[in-house]
Design a protein around this ligand. Structure first.
Ligand code: ADP
Ligand code: TYD
Length: 206
């Protein structure tokens, strides 16, 4: 069977990923399951037992910025080796809640880690491997902050400032300019129904 496809969801916290992820998975499954393929849904940091342990540390323990970036990529290496690469090789499709664009956006844009260090880690961990499609939920940080207001017990990232998310969003948009063929950008100011129409069109075009 031909290799499966790798699709990632991205966006600043509060932009609407979680609202659409399960729905998108179900719609995608309708398309690929008749061909004997499954949709594997996973997330970063996480996706493996080791990755989930690292997620817990990354989301809750203060640490040096470079340690943070290294742990993100360590979890990613394990995720690629144990979950993503085997699934794609057997013909399944993989839908991941975040991947490397998040590291560029959060550790690079948000926290200011120089891009060349992230590019070196990206080459090490994934060579030239990239998602076939990245769906970026784009929302102004003030609106995302309002939508996050109901989150109880915010983690180390969710409790960041609006300025942090302004830089994070800008880095996501810079990544889109760098590789526009790989991205679909969703205007998350629109209604959930309007966004689902756009997502249906994206699925139809796959
Ligand atoms: P994320 O997973 O990107 O952090 P969520 O999907 O959890 O974001 O959405 C954050 C909040 O915004 C939730 O309360 C959700 O119900 C609400 N929300 C999501 N999409 C929309 C939308 N298009 N319009 C208005 N509110 C939305
Ligand atoms: P997220 O995926 O948004 O999960 P939830 O919706 O349950 O809060 O949370 C993961 C957090 O980790 C998010 O704030 C972004 C951050 N993150 C990075 O900073 N760098 C990365 O490389 C990844 C994958 C995530």
């Amino acid at each position: 069977m031909a290799r499966g496809k790798f699709i990632t969801f991205e966006g600043i916290d509060g932009a609407g990923k979680t609202t659409h992820l399960g729905w998108f998975r179900d719609r995608l499954a309708v398309k690929v399951e008749p061909a004997g393929r499954s949709v594997v849904m996973t997330r970063e940091p996480g996706g493996t037992p080791l990755g989930e342990s690292l997620r817990d540390i990354l989301l809750h323990q203060p640490m040096d910025l470079e340690t943070e970036a290294l742990l993100m990529f360590a979890a990613r290496r394990e995720h690629l080796a144990q979950v993503i690469e085997p699934a794609l090789a057997r013909g399944d499709w993989v839908l991941s809640d975040r991947f490397t664009d998040a590291t560029f956006a959060y550790q690079g844009g948000g926290r200011g880690l120089p891009r060349d260090k992230l590019e070196a880690l990206e080459r090490w961990v994934q060579g030239g491997f990239q998602p076939d499609l990245t769906i970026l939920f784009d929302l102004p940080p003030d609106t995302a902050g309002e939508r996050r207001a109901s989150v109880r017990d915010p983690d180390r990232f969710e409790s960041e400032s609006e300025a942090f998310f302004t830089r994070t969003r800008a880095e996501y948009l810079r990544r889109v300019e760098e590789a526009p063929y790989r991205f679909a950008v969703i205007d998350s100011t629109r209604s959930i129904a309007q966004i689902r129409n756009q997502l249906e069109e994206i699925i139809a075009s796959l």
